[in-house]
Design a protein around this ligand. Sequence first.
Ligand code: TXA
Ligand code: MG
Length: 342
Amino acid sequence: MKTEIINENNKNVVKEAVKFITQNELVAIPTETVYGLGGNGLSDEACKKIFEAKNRPSDNPLILHISEVSELDRLVEEVPTKVRRALEYYWPGPLTIILKKSDIIPHTVTCGGDTVAIRMPNKEITRRIIRQSKVPIAAPSANLSGRPSPTTALDVYEDMQGKIPLIVDGGACNVGIESTVLDSTCEPNLILRPGFYSKEDLEIYFGPVEYDKSILKEGEIPKSPGQKYKHYAPSGSMEVILGNRYRVRDFFNQRARELKDKKTALITFEDNGDLANSFYKFYSLGSRDNLLEMASLIFRILRQCDDDGIENILCEGVEEKNLGIGIMNRLKKSCGGNVKII
Ligand code: TXA
Ligand code: MG
């Protein structure tokens, strides 16, 4: 199958995307977080194609994407008043909500469970595609399972070339890590996957919210199926270093000497830019004071490491608070738990 990339400004893009979605074919769609691998969320046939194209484990349920809060009603058993009010505030945006599912949701979306994950992305072109398709679009991140999530159309092309007919190119994703997943079917509501919205952000409208125990503590079993898999991993071996920035810098210098004959990449903030000469490759996370920038760059950099044939990756970590919790959650998975605190 030939995979076409069409820019979001092309006047035929919505029509083409809607055509494929309606035929139960897959279309990669841009969102503010990462690109999604989209298919008709009410069709078992389309959802099965999503699992096949990604090589996704069959017990990891999909997120349905909608274009208006009102589209929720036919997809779930009920929307509690508090949840509706909260969603009017956080949507469109990088929040996925778990609710009890209605009968029209195919088994393949929920993997047999009685809840469904739903989100309204903050990308106009994608909401237009959903609206005109007249169905929710099921979309996991558009990477092959296990690889870092795609944040550009070319990242998607790398993984999905020949497997899907269309990629809608909406430019680079500005959030860069996937949505916060909030389970609203339990009290207090539980964050199953940390992201752009922190616990403190969500508590404004949802009331008391907790992180699932596995997010801040090693060894706990995650409540969300997707969180238990190895994820986001580059091919090279990776180490994440966390601590006082000067001690971290000394450690980078020491590792530069130990690994000088290897294709080693350093991923750190721009204020360590002078270390670039000591490594095979240097990738900047931007300013230390701007975690939003780090989030938007991290998956692109990890994929670039693969493109550059990197054997060893040293990456500076960040303190686990606010957005730092979401970023560290991705980094810990990328390095298979190989985090050094110094
Ligand atoms: O930002 C995002 O959420 C992106 C973009 C494309 O919207 N999508 C995304 O999808 O990250 P995916 O499939 O890569 O991650 C979905 C996560 C998984 O961890 C999955 O286990 C969880 O949501 N999930 C889906 N349905 C669930 C459910 N009913 N209960 C608990 N967790 C669920
Ligand atoms: Mg994913």
